[in-house]
Design a protein around this ligand. Structure first.
Ligand code: FAD
Ligand code: NAP
Length: 314
């Protein structure tokens, strides 16, 4: 059987594409997700900018009902790590890590992005042993202790606020003296007593012993070094898009990409390849928001319904 549509990735973009394709009448739609559906917002301790959702709500609370809603309209979910999407003639082939394949008339990509490494000494060595990119997952290990956060964007500041509720103190280390986060978030940071701003500074080295991290050395713009004795360092220095599924056997990309590895789309989320759509964080100029990823999924799904209809009933 050839699927009407294969959706790769089960974050806000992929799940919304699943809702709109199935509710819009497509019968054979499968969403391939390698982990638990919901996407990276599942790691967020608080989301306060999803329209209509008020009160303190975590990313997981927000996302739990999404797969159930899609399944009601017939979306199939296959847990699989997709290694490659290829196209032969009019048909796409979805290649899975276990070696099996599935064919589809159309594909909606929504594989999102992943946390970038900051690149300081000891970061890789202590990753998972004191260095983390997820405060919701690992913050509790540092209850009542002091930790450091690296970064000056929305993620770093929001996760600093979350950690400040659990930890005795949070050192927020940022390479400039201004933040690129929402003004409201910056205000909350400044009002929180157990957050110390370590500005114009970059991490030089994280060090420790076989039990884990014992300290972070930071270097300021004047070259002065400072040691901060802490067992935990959280890095939030941006994201890189997940575009591996587009890499073909000869190393080329299936569709046009920009230099940052983001998929080039038009306003209907169409790529340079007919029947292939890219949505959410992985596309060019993505606002990197849950609401915009969901919007992209809906836009792509409506395109797919017309594309498949024209293709099968021409
Ligand atoms: P993702 O959410 O990244 O989902 C992609 C999915 O694809 C994942 O589930 C992944 O497992 C799957 N996948 C990837 N590769 C493969 C593969 N090869 N095979 C199968 N499956 C695959 N946005 C807001 O609007 N408000 C916030 O408050 C907010 N807070 C945030 C806090 C944190 C800590 C983080 C990290 C992000 C936050 N964001 C927030 C941003 C928001 O989470 C993203 O913009 C949004 O999740 C992007 O959705 P997406 O569907 O494009 O991708
Ligand atoms: P981001 O906005 O790219 O910020 C990354 C931060 O890390 C920047 O402050 C950057 O410094 C710093 N940085 C980058 N590389 C570094 C390095 N090697 N060493 C030290 N510091 C480094 O990333 P993000 O905060 O993860 O946000 C990603 C996107 O998701 C954004 O569009 C954001 O708005 C969105 N998001 C939104 C919300 C929300 O709406 N509430 C929440 C989370 C994320 P400079 O500032 O000097 O460049």
């Amino acid at each position: 059987m050839v699927l009407d549509c294969a959706i790769i990735g089960g974050g806000p973009a992929g799940l919304t594409a699943g809702l709109y394709t199935t509710r819009g009448g497509l019968e054979n739609v499968t969403m391939f997700e390698k982990g638990m559906p919901g996407g990276q917002i599942m790691n967020s301790s608080e989301i306060e900018n999803y329209p209509g959702v008020t009160g303190e709500i975590s990313g997981m609370d927000l996302m739990i009902p999404w797969p159930q809603q899609c399944q009601k309209f017939g979306l199939k979910h296959e847990m699989a790590d997709i290694t490659r999407v290829s196209k032969n003639g009019d048909i796409f082939t979805i290649h899975k890590e276990d070696g099996s394949t599935t064919d589809a008339h159309s594909v909606i990509l929504g594989t999102g992005s992943h946390p970038r490494r900051a690149g300081f000494t000891g970061e890789d060595e202590f990753f998972g042993r004191g260095v983390s990119t997820c405060a919701t997952c690992d913050g509790f290990f540092y209850k009542g202790k002091e930790v450091a956060v690296i970064g000056g964007g929305d993620t770093a500041l929001e996760e600093t606020l979350h950690l400040a509720k659990i930890c005795a103190k949070v050192y927020l280390v940022h390479r400039r003296d201004t933040f690129r986060a929402a003004p409201n978030t910056i205000e909350r940071i400044k009002r929180t007593e157990n957050i110390e701003l370590v500005l114009n500074s970059v991490p030089d080295e994280v060090y420790g012993d076989n039990m884990g991290v014992t300290g972070l050395r930071v270097k300021n713009n004047n070259g002065e070094l400072r040691d901060i004795e802490i067992p935990g360092v959280f890095t939030f220095v941006g994201n890189d898009v997940n575009n591996q599924t587009l890499i073909q056997e000869d190393g080329s990309f299936l569709c046009d990409m920009n230099k940052a590895g983001e998929v080039i789309v038009d306003i209907s989320m169409s790529t340079s390849v007919a029947g292939l759509y890219a949505t959410g964080d992985m596309r060019i100029a993505a606002p990197k928001q849950v609401v915009s990823a969901a919007g992209d999924g809906a836009v792509a799904a409506l395109q797919v319904i017309s594309y498949v209809d024209e293709k099968l009933n021409a």
